[in-house]
Design a protein around this ligand. Structure first.
Ligand code: PLP
Length: 356
């Protein structure tokens, strides 16, 4: 049967009435890709996969949650949705609201949103409000507004977002036939790590899989789960996780503790390095925030923190085209972006000097 999105595939696992109109763009069903070249560099023979969520309709995992949150908003008769966003939530909200015929209001931090994401919110017809403040300030504002107006809040504090996102865990177990031993995620608001805990937990309860250990990695300049306290001025090149006051603080702590996991931090230089390695060694182009899970898993494998024979899944949260500026800066920093005269000699010189 033709694939038609997470709700149709996992309807029995989602709180939804039988006659609800489903708002879908065919989200989910993303590939689980084995990383052999990068894994070899750790000197271990773990089996390492990435779940490439950048291949969702708007280019990030947010589509799983937004599909379900907007479907529920329509079921409940809502006419508008609102969110604060570091970019991907606004792109997804704008697209799903357009499909449902709802108005989308999105608050974004001025100058701190990747170009691809801004282009998506604008072209899908969202009302885009830049605020002269960061994501955390925007979050406080949209909560206040949604509490006092007939507008549905579609940030990950909306539990339907997490129910939609838990389907990624279902897909992994359905694809492997078992749960991985470890699952690594980049953590910002910590909604997605919570959603995976719910997803694996629901399957585990039915005897379909064991519980994996959930490991969350953050950007070093925005790592409240690592320091144990909120960060007032988060800063990182990984704008998707430039968050100092995570909304799912307690839930994520519970997910970590219940599964025996941990949190760690990766600095911007290592984030960029891992983004480049994924692109150049594995053919997987992700945005900077998404490289954090893979950087964490490679580090923990090398350090022997996880056993060499483990099966590990890393969520790669968003597509690299979301943030073309960073990718182009990275490319230009290498010596392989050249301008030469249009002659055979000039081009031959380049090729001779650079064959592997
Ligand atoms: C939203 C997002 C994250 C963080 O997810 P949380 O649920 O907020 O922890 C990570 N990477 C990308 C690309 C995102 O869009």
């Amino acid at each position: 049967m033709r694939y038609s999105g997470i709700i149709n595939r996992y309807r029995d696992w989602l709180p939804l009435a039988d006659d609800t109109r489903v708002i879908t763009l065919g989200e989910g069903d993303t590939p689980l890709i084995r990383l052999d070249r990068l894994t070899r560099t750790t000197g271990r023979d773990a089996t390492l996969y990435v779940k490439f969520e950048g291949l969702n309709p708007t280019g990030s995992f947010k589509d799983r949650g937004m599909c379900f949150a907007v479907t529920k908003a329509v079921e409940e008769g809502s006419k508008a949705v609102i969110c604060a966003s570091t970019g991907n939530t606004s792109a997804s909200a704008a697209a799903y609201a357009a499909r449902a015929g709802l108005t989308a209001f999105v608050l974004i931090p001025e100058g701190k949103i990747a170009l691809g994401k801004l282009s998506q919110a604008l072209i899908h017809g969202a009302v885009v409000v830049q605020i002269q403040g960061n994501f955390d300030a925007g979050m406080r504002l949209v909560k206040e507004i949604a509490a006092n107006a007939p507008i549905t809040l579609v940030n990950s504090v909306n539990p339907y977002r997490l129910h939609g996102q838990k389907t990624a865990a279902f897909e992994i177990v359905d694809a492997l036939g078992f749960a991985p031993d470890y699952h690594y995620l980049p953590v910002g608001n910590a909604g997605n790590i919570t959603a995976h805990w719910w997803g694996y937990g629901a399957y585990h309860k039915q005897g379909r899989c064991a519980m994996p250990t959930l490991v969350g990695y953050q950007a070093a300049g925005a790592a409240p789960f690592v320091s144990g306290q909120m960060v007032d001025d988060p800063e990182t090149i990984a704008t998707a996780i430039r968050i100092g006051h995570p909304q799912s603080w307690a839930l994520a702590q519970e997910a970590r503790a219940a599964t025996g996991g941990w949190f760690g931090a990766i600095d911007d230089a290592e984030i960029l390095e891992t983004q480049r390695l994924l692109a150049q060694e594995e053919g997987i182009f992700c945005e900077p925030a998404s490289a954090v899970s893979v950087a964490g898993a490679l580090r923990d494998l090398r350090a022997g923190r996880i056993p060499g024979e483990a099966t590990v899944v890393c969520t790669v949260t968003g597509h690299g085209l979301k943030d073309p500026d960073v990718a182009i800066q990275q490319g230009k920093a290498t010596r392989d972006f050249l301008t030469v005269s249009p002659t055979l000699d000039a081009v031959r010189d380049v090729i001779h000097g650079r064959m592997r």
